[in-house]
Design a protein around this ligand. Sequence first.
Ligand SMILES: C[S@@+](CC[C@H](N)C(=O)[O-])C[C@H]1O[C@@H](n2cnc3c(N)ncnc32)[C@H](O)[C@@H]1O
Length: 333
Amino acid sequence: MSDRVARYKAKREEERAAAAVQFEEEEAIADDEIVESKCIPSTSEYQYEPERIIKVFQTCFQDMFEDQAELNQLVQSVKGDLYNRDYAAAFGEERKRDAYVIRWSPARALAYSSLFSHLKEVRELIYDFSDEKKDLDVLAVGGGAGSELVALNSLYCFAKEAYPNTEKKITITLVDIADWSSVIDKLTDFTKKYWLYKTDTYKPDFINHDILKPGVSFGNRDLITLLFTTNELFAEDKTEATKFLQRLGTECKSGALLLIAESAGSFSHIQVGKKKFPLTFLIDTILCGRPGSDTGPWTIIDGNDSVWYRTPGVQYDLKLENMRFFYRLYRKR
Ligand SMILES: C[S@@+](CC[C@H](N)C(=O)[O-])C[C@H]1O[C@@H](n2cnc3c(N)ncnc32)[C@H](O)[C@@H]1O
């Protein structure tokens, strides 16, 4: 390697390390920052307990925990790429994808289990085994890194213990622009092996696809989730992201639920012309019509502009991040 190339590489590494530190500082929420009265519970009676949720990741990615030094290096490298919004570099290799999953998805899976339990309409949908012929169809947009899948499983498999022989099917389609298929395969194998008695009614499916392009149907979905993904869609292409949300309005069936959650931090503002708008305002306007008019295809049935999630004291080799986010639950008219 020539001196020039070596210097260039060292500089890139330095920049990446600095970006990783900055990323960590921006996203970390210390325990004493959390406003207790605005917290959703750390766990609930409607899901598997946090230890079991964490165990999924410990088991599926066991080999990654064997070399802590390499794991830390991979995590630092992913952090740097994420800070620089270089998603191709962050998610381009399997080891880096696995490192991302075990660093960020466990805390999210815990938070989403709690959120799904907390939202009565979502919980009741997952818990409804009254009609064996009424299958459940869930679509998680940007759900490739597994937290939505594990969270849904933690409610569904727990509820299904009371209905071991039910014929009711659950289809969980996870669509993501990055190829998380091997991650979803591992999580699915685990679920079938350890969390389910009968597996033929459980149908997770991963689709490696850009949701801003046509190709995924919305018409039969009972629940669509967009968790920590909307911001990225708007950052990629505001016009196409707007059209995508409008398409949900024209194609989803009446009664369908749409759950959107996103960081409540400063990232959640979108520049339109010379003005910056909060993402919540933009999404609400596209989905429900101008403020006060309530003329759009969706109505808000639950929401909060800033809730906190404090991760419970579970033993895990990596940090389990506290979270602060806004959420909206919409129902299609
Ligand atoms: C910040 S991550 C959130 C992951 C997961 N939803 C969670 O909350 O843990 C955003 C996800 O959206 C995916 N994504 C970004 N743009 C996308 C697009 N145009 N179509 C589908 N997925 C996309 C990314 O690959 C990534 O997995």
